[in-house]
Ligand binder design. Sequence first.
Ligand code: PGA
Length: 243
Amino acid sequence: MRQLIAGNWKMHGTLAGVAAYAAAIKAAPAHADMLICPPSPLIEPFARALAGSAVAVGAQDCHGAPQGAHTGDVHAPLLRDAGATHVILGHSERRESHGETNAHVQAKVQTAVAARLIPIVCVGESQAQRDAGEALHVVKSQLIHSLPADFTGVVAYEPIWAIGTGLTPTEDDVAAMHGAIRAALLDHLGDAGGTVKILYGGSVKPGNAASLLGQPEVGGALVGGASLKPEDLLAIAAAAPRG
Ligand code: PGA
């Protein structure tokens, strides 16, 4: 399976910065898929700047309804219309600061898929949950309750304590969690669970990418801070194993 290296710009970036970033990222290595997820107003300019390249554009969230009276929210069909092919859903920052529950995430997944967007559903435990030995249980429960039984798309394992901290799980911890996620996906989705890519996210940098991306059942990376520099995201993509 080709790996997917996805950049999550979070609430960063300007219109003025799109052209230079797009020109730099077009040099994406041929052996990995690449995706940039900027704030919503930058999706259409990015899609235009990257047209004809192998780099795709995605969104960071969508509403659970396809349209309606929801001031300030963005609907999945509009994201698709603007040029997005993917959408990150259930990121821990949204689960925490916007009170998103697994049920909200599942509704968003269904709306995104109906709009022909590929969902990237984030799961991951907090430090307290890991310390209490609950990491596997928490992640499995998020998966089962966030993914509809007919799910197609991508899952991202992002331990909350590794996001933006410079901390990463050990190689063994990553391998164990990704193996457990694969087993849970097969259990929940049947054979289709074998085709879901499982990204790792949380402090992925050029220096640790090869070891993280080389673990069994790791299908790519969801990269926050390091994705803001195209050279760093390209270095991470270059470290992806050839699949
Ligand atoms: P980070 O963020 O790479 O800055 O740790 C990852 C994410 O939140 O997707």
